[in-house]
Design a protein around this ligand. Structure first.
Ligand code: PEP
Ligand code: MN
Length: 337
């Protein structure tokens, strides 16, 4: 719920109110950084005597947040969240560009792609070390060796690294090694994993589940945030529909919907959404114009030989050209690259 404060309230009285609410297990957060006119009350709010609060000298009125997602709700934080990641930001005016191969394959591959995507304008490097594969008989990723190669590519280029975590048993290692921990679509509702990620201080890139509604998606973010980790970055990566021409159906409407409902940044992954390299260009452009805060794109220096997802990976030169075009579009919609 949101407590709208009376404009003449004294700071001392507000502080006392916050203290008494917090002692009752309610987390209190000013709604606006620049304005202490409203407080978001989150957590165990059932015990709050709203009539007493509304009758007090400080509170003008109480507004209930009807949506089940609270911490991620825009009502709690009307300004866009900006997440700081190792010297870069995600959210706000600047568009975040994450690029790299589906899987880390070997040193030569990840180092050269890292160099090339950096040259093309990317500000983060992606690459899977632990891969969620449909078949247990296919390549499962290089595991911890893949993490070492990503760290090497980071040292060589300075690009922060984004990679997928599949099991809670690797959390400590990821916290130490990685800049952004990705939770893949298949784990969007792995609630135990999400709860564990709520306990750490590391940005989480949460991908939309294969068939998740927008509310389910935001509730997954809520699991992480409820534990205290508010650094959640959402990613629309296409959802399963009756259409089979594309790998998934990119839900562009999720971008304005999430922007309206939540303060969290929303990225788009046109590679997994379409499953087709030739569609990445137009879907990326559409996503930026629709208001996405960034893109995560699969780039491979030899897509035909890629171990995973070569069919949807674009080349470094196509990536560079795309970023050039996006720069113009970003400017047209008041953003920057
Ligand atoms: C990936 O980004 O490597 C990936 C497997 O994506 P998703 O979880 O969206 O399928
Ligand atoms: Mn992939």
């Amino acid at each position: 719920m949101i407590a709208i404060l009376k404009p003449e309230s004294r700071k001392e009285d507000i502080d006392n109110l916050i203290e008494s609410l917090e002692s009752n297990n309610v987390r209190v957060k000013p709604v606006n950084k620049s304005n202490s006119g409203a407080l978001a009350l989150i957590g165990d709010t059932k015990k709050i005597d709203t009539y007493r609060l509304e009758g007090s000298d400080i509170v003008e009125k109480i507004m209930h947040i009807k949506e089940p997602f609270k911490r991620s709700n825009r009502l709690v934080n009307p300004e866009d969240s900006i997440i700081n990641v190792s010297g870069q930001t995600i959210g706000g005016k600047k568009i975040a560009l994450i690029a790299g191969p589906c899987s880390v394959e070997n040193e030569e591959q990840i180092s050269s792609i890292a160099r090339e995507v950096k040259n093309g304008g990317a500000n983060f490097l992606r690459g899977g070390a632990f891969k969620p594969r449909t078949s247990p008989y296919t390549f499962q990723g290089l595991g911890t060796e893949g993490l070492e190669l990503l760290k090497l590519a980071r040292r060589q280029t300075g690009l922060p690294i984004v990679t997928e975590l599949m099991s809670a048993k690797h959390i400590d290692k990821f916290v130490e090694d990685v800049d952004i921990i990705q939770v893949g679509s298949r784990n969007m509702q792995n609630f135990d994993l999400l709860k564990e990620l709520g306990k750490i201080d590391k940005p989480i890139l949460l991908k939309r589940g294969l068939s998740a509604t927008i509310e389910e998606f935001l509730m997954a973010a809520e699991y992480v945030m409820a534990g205290g980790n508010e650094k959640v970055i959402l990613c629309e990566r296409g959802i399963r529909t009756f259409e089979t021409y594309t790998r998934n159906t990119l839900d562009l409407s999720a971008i304005p919907a999430i922007k309206k409902l939540s303060h969290l940044p929303i990225l788009v992954d046109p590679s997994h959404a379409s499953g087709k390299a030739w569609m990445v260009d137009s879907l990326s452009k559409a996503a930026i114009v629709a208001g996405a805060d960034g893109l995560i794109i699969e780039v491979h220096n030899n897509p035909e030989q890629a171990i995973t997802d070569g069919h949807q990976s674009i080349t470094p030169s196509s990536y560079k050209k795309l970023v050039g075009d996006l720069r113009v579009l970003a400017k047209a919609v008041g953003r920057e690259i």
